[in-house]
Design a protein around this ligand. Structure first.
Ligand code: AMP
Ligand code: MG
Length: 433
């Protein structure tokens, strides 16, 4: 294994948090979304351990080495059509020609002879192009009578033939290290006859909630208490990200319990995620504990929802302290954690979430100063054009807005309120992880 510093997974050696916080434009009290993402990215170092898996079990995992194609795909020149294999030099551009039918080539059952001058072979889609032939005439442009076939001309030799190696070439990388394996890649590997691949091991992610008001499902709510929902959205988002999950429950609001939880989590996991208790001035012991155990930065992100966010290292584990509000947990996960997990899992082709421009059919309320991620409902108008409208109440505790939403409506920092009919950026939630 190359060391992470020289691996193509990192553009440059990972930085330390101290180096980050000394950057000229570093301002923990007003951190733009892209800057926070950039800082986090600079510290990440992908997992090194790998395992070999059957391709069926490798769905959603990341290749830890290039896959070199052992064969050409397709293996032979073959027909893209049902029709007649011919010699291009026999055809006439201005009239039909009559050819002698000498056999049939089926997919998987090649014609064993050779077509000579003036001869043709009936050929099915996927069948190997017979010796002597270089072109296929689709059957709709030919007519057969007994052993004689009249064919119209095609303008070019090689028409309707799929060339050997046109999909994948023997000896060349078919898939690169760092590639996320999706259904297309499983099929591509199978087309090469490859049944096993080397992938990075799953990331281990531990998470817990803090907050004296939180009660786990299955227990009775006392006065002023609420059910802990963040651990379930986190469970769902992490499962989709193919992580190994360690749910540590609700941790009591005492410095001892919090310290114990962080010590345990950092020994067992690559990544620790908590929700709540990162607002300034609140639950100060979380900050204290983290400062004594590791290096953690507390940021006020210029975004809504999701203003408070903590990021750092506890031993070798990466720590994300997400805000407590249920919508803020999801927004910050999708905007920061998702990208970081993909990189830690060794993925090199991590793309920013695609943003599409769509007309918003309702007015939007917003004050300039922060990037907002409002929840939107998409629909198609009578002309088939997609439009969006906000889900309604955009409070950061309104989790039903995430459930109704198809997308985030991303409103840039400087934007204020918008009239109905404005064009906005949206990020689709479908298939996000
Ligand atoms: P905090 O960031 O701790 O101030 O929490 C902000 C809001 O989110 C408060 O109303 C909390 O009750 C709520 N909250 C915090 N953690 C959770 C959780 N795990 N599940 C549901 N709501 C939570
Ligand atoms: Mg709290």
């Amino acid at each position: 294994m190359p060391s992470p510093a020289t691996s193509p997974n990192t553009e440059s050696a990972p930085k330390t948090l101290r180096e980050l916080s000394c950057a000229d434009d570093y301002d923990p009290n007003s951190m733009p979304v892209p800057k926070a993402r950039e800082y986090i990215r600079a510290v990440l170092k992908p997992v090194a351990a790998v395992e070999r898996l059957h391709i069926r079990n490798a769905l959603g995992r990341v290749l830890s080495e290039d896959v070199i194609s052992p064969v050409n795909v397709p293996g032979h020149d073959n027909s893209a059509m049902d029709g007649y294999a011919v010699r291009f030099s026999d055809l006439k551009q201005d009239s039909e020609v009559e050819l002698q039918l000498v056999g049939t080539a089926f997919a998987g059952k090649p014609f064993s002879g050779k077509a000579g001058k003036g001869q043709t072979v009936r050929i099915m889609t996927g069948a190997v192009v017979p010796d002597g032939c270089d072109t296929v005439i689709m059957q709709e442009r030919a007519s057969a009578s007994g052993d004689t076939v009249s064919v119209a001309a095609v303008p070019k030799a090689g028409t309707n033939i799929r060339k050997a190696g046109e999909d994948l070439r023997k000896g060349e990388p078919a898939l690169k290290k760092g590639k996320l394996l999706r259904p297309a890649e499983l099929g591509l590997l199978a087309s090469l006859g490859i049944g096993e691949v080397s992938v990075y091991r799953k990331l281990r992610v531990a998470f817990f909630s803090t907050g004296d008001e939180l009660v786990s499902i299955g227990q009775q709510l006392g006065p002023g208490q609420i059910y802990d929902s963040n651990r379930y959205t986190l469970y769902g988002m992490l499962s989709r990200a193919e992580c190994e999950i360690l749910d540590m429950g609700v941790i009591a609001d005492t410095p001892e319990a919090v310290e114990e939880a962080f010590v345990q989590a950092s020994a067992a996991a690559d990544v620790i995620i908590t929700s709540g208790g990162v607002s300034v001035g609140e639950a100060d012991y979380v900050k204290q504990v983290l400062e004594s155990l590791g290096e953690v930065l507390f940021w006020k992100i210029a975004m809504k929802p999701g203003r408070p966010l903590a990021y750092g290292k506890i031993g070798d584990a990466h720590f994300f302290g997400l805000p407590g509000n249920p919508v803020a947990v999801m927004v910050t996960f999708y905007q920061f954690v998702r990208d970081a997990l993909a990189r830690l899992q060794g993925q090199t082709d991590v793309k920013p979430l695609p943003t599409l421009k769509v007309v918003c059919t309702a007015p939007i309320k917003k004050a300039p100063g922060r990037t907002e991620f409002q929840r939107g409902i998409l629909s198609q108008d009578d002309n088939g054009q997609w439009t969006v409208r906000p889900t309604g109440d955009q409070g950061s505790g309104i989790l039903s807005s995430m459930s109704q939403a198809h997308c985030f409506i991303v409103l840039p920092t400087d934007t204020g309120s918008l009239e109905a009919g404005a064009t906005v950026d949206v990020q689709l939630l479908e298939g996000l992880i």
